[in-house]
Design a protein around this ligand. Structure first.
Ligand SMILES: Nc1ncnc2c1ncn2[C@@H]1O[C@H](COP(=O)(O)OS(=O)(=O)O)[C@@H](OP(=O)(O)O)[C@H]1O
Length: 427
């Protein structure tokens, strides 16, 4: 009996390594086949100043909010051109759902990726990665995962587009990223104990290699998403230069921990309506899969992700200065109103009023994408007999990212194929 266990463990490790190797090769092959080869020869055609459509009837609503005078007349017109840098594990799927609905409502043109849900991440963004891109084309919104590349993004959006992004406390982000992406980072396969994250954070240098496949998921992932070098020394002047550039480029940097406040600031900056902000929390994990970090491990996580910590602290400062400028009392009142509207939508749309485990989601179209080897991401069941007025909106609010992208005409064949392979081998 004592001999059986190690043998079984070895067998499963070997099986995992072989399967992992095969699948990684398969995915790299698919990736190479699908990656756009032509990154040159695209003519420099200036993008028109603004490609926002004429206001739809939805704009002329007379709901009273900050963007309206007391008479019900708008004091500003809503901004339609948006670059959202979808950073990883930062409530970005929840925000994407808001953007998708806003874009659909105003018939805006999205720059989507081709055949997958990201812009060939982790390759830096290039305009040729945009579905059906032709030189000179102008889009209103770009929002799928990408490795940011300011010059290239500027080529597909009007010059006055609003740049928005979102950050999260790097220790929590590291925990979430480790859980979600850990298995696609071969460097973590050496970790053998129960508490792999704890083991890693205790002595990261022992396991980490900047050259390792997908290693960016383990260190300064936010900085990497901004297109920067996540392995540079945190005290290198390049870090300050990069943060400065981000501050100049991005009009609003939201914070996961203050998601509602962030949305209110967004409404203010972009002159949107409160009704545009309603949301349900998407892509959330069930509590049992969250590793609670001890104060020691949290400190280690921040030390290991020192660049992201600098980034977060800097934009935490700018965030609260914006809140102060908006007015703390006014902010509290608006957040309460958003809470009220979200709660109202919950009671209208969600069966049981809460998220459920993947195994309890009845419709396949409501199943969120799961990390490899896990069924940890929760989802929702749509209520039956929703009144006609809310039926469509409820479904959209609850639809996971990949299904929503498909509904919007993106053919995710690579992602689907990957999903089928995983189903077959129960991974
Ligand atoms: N509204 C709101 N407020 C606070 N936190 C939220 C919200 N919406 C999503 N989340 C949490 O964000 C994590 C998922 O992030 P993403 O959707 O960006 O992930 S992904 O990179 O697209 O896979 C995921 O975090 P973890 O559960 O810690 O993994 C979600 O729980």
């Amino acid at each position: 009996m004592m001999v059986g266990k190690p043998v079984r463990q070895w067998r499963s490790v070997c099986k995992g390594l072989i399967l992992g190797g095969l699948l990684t090769t398969c995915m790299i092959l698919l990736y190479c086949l699908s990656a756009p080869e032509v990154h040159f020869g695209l003519q420099e055609v200036p993008v028109p100043f603004s490609c926002a459509h004429r206001p739809s009837p939805a704009h002329s609503s007379t709901i009273s909010n900050s963007s309206h005078h007391a008479s019900g007349q708008r004091a500003c017109s809503p901004k339609m051109d948006v670059m959202f840098l979808k950073t990883h594990k930062t409530a970005s799927s929840t925000f994407l759902n808001i953007l998708f609905r806003f874009g659909e409502k105003h018939h805006l043109k999205f720059a989507f990726p081709n055949s997958r849900n990201d812009f060939f991440y982790p390759s830096p963004f290039h305009r040729s990665q945009v579905k059906d891109y032709r030189p000179g084309m102008c889009f209103n919104i770009i929002c799928n995962h990408m490795r940011f590349n300011a010059a290239e993004v500027a080529n597909v959006l009007p010059a006055d587009a609003s740049y928005i992004t979102i950050l999260r406390d790097p220790a929590d982000l590291a925990e979430s990223s480790f859980h979600y992406f850990g298995r696609v980072v071969p460097l973590t396969w050496k970790l053998s104990g129960e508490d792999k994250l704890g083991e890693f954070l205790t002595d990261p240098e022992l396991y980490y290699d900047p050259e390792g496949f997908n290693s960016f998921y383990l260190k300064n992932l936010l900085f990497f998403d901004f297109g920067e070098d996540n392995n540079v020394d945190p005290h290198d002047p390049k870090v300050e230069v990069a943060i400065d550039a981000i501050a100049k480029r991005f009009q609003l940097v939201m914070l996961v921990e203050y998601f509602e406040e962030s949305l209110i600031l967004l409404k203010d900056a972009l002159c949107w309506d409160m009704e545009d902000l309603v949301f349900f929390k998407l892509n959330a994990r069930k509590g049992s899969t969250i590793s609670r970090l001890t104060p020691e491990l949290r400190a280690k996580a921040l030390e290991w992700n020192a660049i992201d910590w600098k980034l977060y602290q800097y934009f935490n400062g700018t965030f609260w200065r914006k809140v102060d400028a908006y007015g703390r009392k006014r902010m509290a009142k608006d957040v309460m109103e958003l809470h009220r509207r979200n709660a109202e939508m919950t009671s209208v749309c969600i069966e049981g009023g809460r998220a459920v485990d993947a195994g309890n989601i009845l419709e396949t179209s409501m199943q969120p994408w799961q990390p490899i080897g896990e069924k940890s991401i929760m989802g929702y069941n749509l209520k039956k007999n929703i009144d006609k007025v809310h039926r469509k909106l409820c479904r959209k609010m609850l639809t996971p990212e990949l299904q929503y992208l498909t509904d919007m005409g993106v053919n995710l064949w690579i992602t689907r194929l990957w999903g089928h392979i995983r189903e077959i081998i129960h991974w």
